[in-house]
Unconditional design. Structure first.
Length: 87
């Protein structure tokens, strides 16, 4: 899921609205996200990543990717030639 979403749209996929509201509150305090009223439906609040939020989440994604690759290399280096040939 990418782009600007409402709390309900995010919660439907992952969490309860109450849990997600608390998380969004914390992210907003950290200036990772911002809340904006929907132009189509003023009752709806849209959650958007800030520029800072995009940077932080992109960095976290790269760090997870690097950790995954390092773990895969560790696992591969522990295989013996016969392990590889038998599979």
């Amino acid at each position: 899921m990418e782009g600007d979403l409402s709390i309900s749209e995010i919660a439907n996929e992952h969490l309860s609205k109450v849990s997600l509201t608390a998380i969004v509150d914390k992210f907003e305090m950290m200036r990772l996200v911002k809340r904006v009223r929907s132009k189509q439906d003023r009752r709806k609040t849209i959650i958007s990543l800030t520029d800072h939020g995009r940077e932080v989440f992109a960095q976290a994604k790269e760090e997870r990717k690097a950790a995954f690759e390092a773990e895969m290399l560790r696992n591969l280096s522990s295989l013996t030639e016969s392990d590889v040939l038998l599979r």
